[in-house]
Design a protein around this ligand. Sequence first.
Ligand SMILES: Cc1cc2nc3c(=O)[nH]c(=O)nc-3n(C[C@H](O)[C@H](O)[C@H](O)COP(=O)(O)OP(=O)(O)OC[C@H]3O[C@@H](n4cnc5c(N)ncnc54)[C@H](O)[C@@H]3O)c2cc1C
Length: 416
Amino acid sequence: MMRFSVVSLARNALNFNRDWPRQWRSPAPKKQYDVIVIGGGGHGLATAYYLAKEHGITNVAVLEKGWLGGGNTGRNTTIIRSNYLWDEAAHLYEKSLQLYEGLSKDLNYNIMLSQRGVMNLAHTLQDVRDTKRRINANKLNGIDADWLDADEVKDFCPIINTSKDTRYPVLGASLQKRGGTARHDAIAWAYARAADTKGVDIIQNCEVTGINRDKGRVTGVETTKGTINAGKVAICVAGHSSVLADMAGLRLPIESHPLQAMVSEPIKPVLDTVVMSNAVHVYVSQSDKGELVLGAGIDAYHSYAQRGSFHVIEHQIGALLELFPIFSRLKLMRTWGGIVDTCPDACPIISKTPVQNLYLNGGWGTGGFKAIPASGLVYAHTIAKDEPHPLNAAFSIDRFTTGHLIDEHGAAGVAH
Ligand SMILES: Cc1cc2nc3c(=O)[nH]c(=O)nc-3n(C[C@H](O)[C@H](O)[C@H](O)COP(=O)(O)OP(=O)(O)OC[C@H]3O[C@@H](n4cnc5c(N)ncnc54)[C@H](O)[C@@H]3O)c2cc1C
């Protein structure tokens, strides 16, 4: 594996970039693996990497039905933050943000982390109270969080409309300065390259069509490339968790919804932070190419089609223009959708399952991109040790029977 460095970049530039090797192998599947990870998105690839790095388990395959990062990892709006309300969620997402901060170095891959700050706007008195409560909770957990009043919001982001004449005037905002964005494809590719280097087989165009069991324990999977046996099978398929779990006779408390995003035509740098508003329901950042990257909430109906309805887009653009009249003459360039699996408490499941040797990582809803590094780390721990890492102990599947839910609807309210 050629390392990325100033020297290798310069040498390859002189050779017109003809000598770069492939970033990962494309092996045929073996008959048997210690662990099969289903799903080649960020979570699956990170899990495989940490299985090898932290636990020395390298006889691992990642099976992906399409191409790496072609699911939600390559469709999301790349917002990263850790300002969740409850301790359990705050600790998990904060660990993730910390891992993101060192990831380019750890994986020797530029993930283009941009800590430009994330602002969550407050538009009503109740919003203000909830936001301040969350800021206090964040501070108690050692997470950076500041309250900005309307004038400070305007100072921090001059193009935002803070006039009192709008439908929902901006009364203030929380600001997490360490929040921001990272390059989504780079996360998938960086973990794939690093996992492959450690001996993990990454197998694309390999759909899992069945999960084989013998006397209540999982023994392997059926795929479009044949039967593959495994000591352990780890599901990591974002919007298809219920479909995969059903193959093992497991019913999940998960609903699958479309979530859309879109980009405008590129413009000169005008917005150097991430702005989110629960009340008018839009969030926006500007990509390095100059496009505005926009998102909002889920479509209300269930679907596995990777597209959503027009009225959601219309509502979202209305909200954008209310906050940023300056964008009124911009053209939209592309819209797309992904399928997100949502749990009743807006928190993920990272857990062993009642089926022996079957593990589940899913239910990230609209906000799992920011969690990829920590999710991979703790899921790998759960698979390797057959017990949860302290950071995911609260996110087990049995919380839906014990009632120990972690209600993060407030912090996860806008899709992000
Ligand atoms: C429009 C949109 C915007 C979002 N914005 C943000 C954001 O700003 N910040 C944030 O934190 N999160 C955001 N999210 C959520 C985030 O994208 C996801 O939570 C995260 O990417 C999930 O990663 P994953 O690896 O679990 O899933 P994916 O990247 O979807 O990977 C799962 C993979 O499993 C594969 N698969 C499915 N079925 C099978 C099968 N039978 N066999 C083999 N492979 C299979 C799929 O092809 C897919 O590649 C957004 C999501 C969407 C859709």
